[in-house]
Design a protein around this ligand. Structure first.
Ligand SMILES: Cc1ncc(COP(=O)(O)O)c(C=O)c1O
Length: 482
């Protein structure tokens, strides 16, 4: 009996090791996978992400071409995750490997010290990120670091405390970034541990399929935007006193599309209007493109779909170094230079090996025009999924920009009842049939698809066939009809 954890409701959040093994057997895991899973359950915490994604996580051992990965038994899977939107340029890039090996031979890291290549990378990053004004770079290792840096910096620079973000956003899980992260159950999972940055307020994200105001787009008049404006304008809301030109709000830190929430894409006018509101109220605009960036949506950056939005800070990570941990904040020089040397630091920030991988990866994005490829393949995939939606009542909604694709499942189209258990079941059935998908959503009823941008048309066709089969099976098993 564990001490100090009497809360009975928490028990439901934690799977039993024997259930995980039973699920693995039921879903046809091979002998080596079963053996390794058994060992993992002896030594790995059940708090790990793998156990939340799947009832039994497959044990991946290598990647193949395009969007293929293999488990320890040699079973092949179509990869609809790209290691959580990290391998946009494809898993196997011999050029990146070569750059890493060459760098490794010279030097791996020298704790945050400058290097010629790092300076070259900074020059490149200020060139390719949005914003036509002097910019500078601050390195981290993880996407969460980038958010932590941004949170500290906007407060330091403005001398104000409050940060605004969107309900359902995900920005990391450390004690600081947790305050910005509110996607589905993340707070419930660690309650009563509070996030450290309490001065965070949230506004509703335009999740139009389930409008938080109960309205219908476009008749809603974008009530969500009016609400943000109201939060900043109304004196009794407490954030500002516009009459006296005072505000306590340092910045908005937002995801342009909500990723962990299941790849939810707002209407076209949302981001430009939100940016305008931030400007009107003298609030810094910080965009987290950690998951939407690096050509995923059919542009190098998602906000480039909306004209000339100029974020004050821009956060990047994940696909930047083709699999090596690496992140950066790129921002207005005036903000980036407002704090003194050593104001933030983490030992491996901007490490040389990661720099070498990033420089080569960026070269690939540009040379192979991966944004254009994402747009083309994404349109093809989207059309196939819309066709499936027309024959499968379990598919409530499909949204896509490039190869950033969200599918929402419902057990009843009219009531839009979230098909949560069905989605869970389908994700395991797809593992059985050889496809890895990310289960996500406010209600755990979405698939968030982010295959490597090198995915082939044949692999998309195969994915569509598997979806068709599994949607039919789920409709039969859970009795879902039009
Ligand atoms: C939008 C966004 N921001 C921040 C993060 C945190 O990045 P990391 O997991 O590398 O710390 C993630 C991770 O999924 C993310 O999707």
């Amino acid at each position: 009996m564990p001490l100090g954890n009497p809360s009975r409701e928490k028990e439901g959040l934690v799977p039993k090791p024997e259930e995980i093994l039973r699920n693995a057997k039921e879903h046809g895991f091979g002998p080596r996978s079963l053996e390794l899973l058994r060992r993992a359950l002896m030594v790995e915490s059940l708090g790990a992400m793998a156990f939340s994604l799947y009832d039994a996580p497959p044990i991946i051992s290598r990647a193949g071409n395009g969007a293929l990965v293999y488990d320890v038994d040699g079973k092949e899977y179509i990869d609809m995750m790209a290691g959580f939107a990290v391998h946009n340029a494809g898993h196997h890039r011999p050029e990146v490997l070569e750059a890493i090996i060459e760098q490794f031979k010279r030097i791996v890291q020298y704790s945050e010290m400058l290097s010629e290549e790092r300076i070259k990378l900074s020059e490149k990053l200020v060139e390719i990120t949005p914003g036509d004004y002097p910019k500078k770079v601050f390195y981290g290792v993880t996407g969460t670091d980038a958010n932590e840096i941004a949170m500290k910096l906007v407060r330091y620079y403005t001398g104000r405390t409050v940060i605004m973000t969107q309900w359902g956003d995900y920005h990391g899980r450390t004690m600081g970034a947790s305050a910005l992260t509110h996607s589905f159950s993340t707070w419930a999972q660690t309650y009563p541990v509070p996030p450290a940055g309490s001065a965070v307020v949230r506004f509703p994200f335009p999740y139009c399929y389930r409008c938080p105001f109960g309205l219908e787009y476009p008749d809603c008049g974008m009530a969500c935007l009016n609400y943000v404006d109201y939060m900043l304008s109304a004196r009794y809301y407490g954030l500002s006193d516009p009459g006296k030109g005072l505000t306590n709000v340092a910045a908005m830190i937002i995801e342009p599309y909500q990723s962990a929430a299941g790849y939810i894409i707002p209407p076209d006018e949302y981001l430009p209007e939100l940016f305008k509101i931030a400007r009107e109220h003298d609030v810094l605009f910080v965009v987290d493109e950690i998951q939407t960036g690096w050509a995923r949506t059919g542009r190098m950056w998602a906000i480039q779909h909306y004209g000339n939005l100029e974020p004050d800070l821009f956060l990047i990570a994940k696909s930047i170094a083709n699999g090596l941990p690496f992140s950066a904040v790129v921002g207005r020089s005036e903000i980036m230079d407002s704090w003194g040397p050593g104001a933030f630091s983490t030992t491996f920030a901007g490490y040389m090996l990661g720099v070498a991988a990033a420089l080569k990866t960026i070269e690939i994005f540009e040379k192979e025009r991966l944004a254009e490829r994402a747009e083309k393949m994404g349109n093809y995939f989207y059309k196939g999924l819309k066709d499936l939606q027309s024959i499968h009542p379990i598919v409530g909604d499909v949204q896509a920009k490039g190869l950033y694709i969200g599918i929402e499942f419902v057990s009843n189209r009219e009531s839009k009842k979230p098909a949560t258990k069905e989605t869970k079941w389908m994700s395991m059935r797809l593992v059985e049939l050889g496809m890895l998908v990310k289960k996500a959503g406010y209600f755990g009823n979405r698939f968030a698809l982010s295959p490597p941008l090198t995915i082939t048309r044949e692999q998309i066709d195969r994915a569509l066939e598997l979806f068709d089969k599994v949607f039919s099976e789920a409709e039969e098993k859970f009795i879902i009809r039009n």
